[in-house]
Design a protein around this ligand. Structure first.
Ligand SMILES: Cc1ncc(COP(=O)(O)O)c(C=O)c1O
Length: 446
């Protein structure tokens, strides 16, 4: 579900034409739909309502503070993994107790900032929970909490050895990854630190991967940690919070992902009795909420033919959207202005329409990996026309780079009927602004 639709052959977002956005803000530009963000949040929240979960949107998926504010206003908490994301969370005005902090390598400075609220707003409230990934990390976080005299809550990230996710790089819940601790070691740590004064380890966290297109791996992972929780309870070790992570899929092709109701139908029955007895549930979705809420708007620079292939060369490629190059990910790509017979009914890699031609959609960078699509059938397009890369709202701008010294794209949020610039396009001065100037006398010496 999203609010990007073709009306009379013109792609629009909530009724605003993408061609007008390109004219006003240029390209490459990420365009987000506020209504889509809100609706995904609402659907997920409704599907899991029996569990009364705290839904912490995963900042890494789409970190613009204006996007975060939309979700925070809808009731979301935020899941952060760095000091930078913590700063974004605070700027998004999320109540501190609705922040969870994950990641395998939290530094002392990050822990300190999370506990003291040393953010830009001077918010003194400590965050809601640390998701701890190892014993040394537990010790380090506990030491800071003790030194500051500020107790904090913590959950242990458990690795249940369930392999799930759309690509090896985003499968995080099996025993060959750096994430969490195995079930055996988890029991030891939970026993040891459950009743600590400054950092009681009373939560369990799992995040088994991303782009998980079936509820089954969740059922498997949750079932095994619940067995551990029950075993510990019998010994007097109390677990009051279960964070089941994120990972829910998005519709890169139409119909790819289960609906929130389908995930919930499998997961809620496992947990609802425990919630009635006081277990608190946290969910950390990113992709499911943000992916189809964003498109990347590009302009075609050239159309090039060689002996074997036709190339559509756009004004950005892997620098703006690395997912095809990094994960071999599929994104539906289509011109924003088409004849009625080419209005897409489904987003698919093999559209069945007359008059399409196979091509590679690529960027301008000097690298063969700089592609957005290989051998994709598209209507005939010309230099200067605009393309939309769909389902690009998650892990799009957040993974963009300045490779080949291309400035970062702009970001626009369509709010009602108004497109609002939420990140200005970088300029050439921005590109070199962090590079320390060599003093002129040193230059003369050389
Ligand atoms: C700890 C944690 N939680 C939540 C997420 C969000 O995952 P997704 O965007 O697949 O929902 C991630 C993403 O990798 C993560 O690392």
């Amino acid at each position: 579900m999203d609010h990007f639709t073709y009306i009379d052959g013109e792609l629009s977002c909530q009724g605003v034409r993408l061609s007008e956005i390109a004219q006003e803000f240029g390209t490459p530009t990420y365009v987000y739909s506020r209504s889509t963000l809100e609706e995904h949040y609402r659907r997920l929240s409704a599907a899991f309502s029996e569990l009364k979960p705290l839904i912490c949107f995963s900042v890494k998926s789409c970190p613009n503070i204006h996007v975060l504010r939309v979700l925070v206003e809808a009731g979301a908490g935020l899941d952060v993994v760095s000091l930078g994301e913590l700063q974004r969370a605070r700027l998004a005005n999320v109540p501190a107790e609705r922040i969870v902090f994950a990641g395998v390598g939290k530094s002392e400075a990050e822990v300190r900032a999370a506990l003291t609220g040393a953010g830009p707003d001077g918010n003194p409230e400590p965050i809601g929970m640390f998701n701890i990934e190892s014993e040394p990390e537990y010790e380090a976080v506990g030491m800071v909490a003790r030194a500051l005299g500020r107790p904090a809550r913590a959950a242990l990230r458990v690795n249940p050895n369930v392999k799930a996710g759309g690509h090896d790089y985003i499968a995080t819940g099996y025993d060959q990854t750096k994430f969490g601790v195995d079930l055996l070691h988890a029991r030891t740590l939970l026993r040891k630190f459950n009743k600590e004064k400054f950092l009681p380890l009373t939560g369990v966290h799992i995040h088994i991967g991303s782009s998980i297109l079936s509820p089954t791996p969740y059922v498997e992972a949750i079932t095994s940690v619940l067995a551990m929780i029950d075993e510990l309870a019998a010994e007097g070790v109390t677990i009051d919070t279960l964070d089941i992570g994120g990972g829910f899929g998005a519709d890169y092709h139409t119909g790819d992902a289960p609906t929130p109701d389908e995930y919930a139908r499998a997961i809620v029955p496992l947990l609802k009795d425990r919630v009635a007895k006081g277990l608190r549930i946290i969910i950390e979705p990113g992709r499911m909420i943000a992916a189809s809420a964003g498109v990347l708007l590009l302009r075609i620079v050239y159309v090039k033919h060689n002996a074997q292939k036709k190339f559509i060369i756009c004004d950005a490629g892997m620098n703006a959207l690395i997912r095809p190059a990094l994960y071999d990910a599929f994104h539906f790509i289509w011109p924003i202005s088409v004849s009625p017979m080419h209005e897409p009914v489904r987003r698919t890699d093999s559209p069945d329409m007359p008059g399409l031609e196979p091509c590679d959609v690529v960027g301008p960078l000097c690298e063969s990996g700089d592609f957005l699509a290989h051998d994709r059938k598209l209507p005939v397009v010309a230099r200067g026309e605009l393309l939309a890369v769909f389902t690009a709202g998650a892990y799009g701008m957040s993974m963009a780079s300045r490779y080949n010294s291309h400035p970062m794209p702009a970001e626009v949020l369509v709010d009602g009927l108004k497109p609002r610039l939420i990140r200005r396009r970088e300029n050439l001065a921005d590109l070199v602004s962090h590079e320390v100037e060599v003093p002129s006398n040193r230059r003369a010496e050389r």
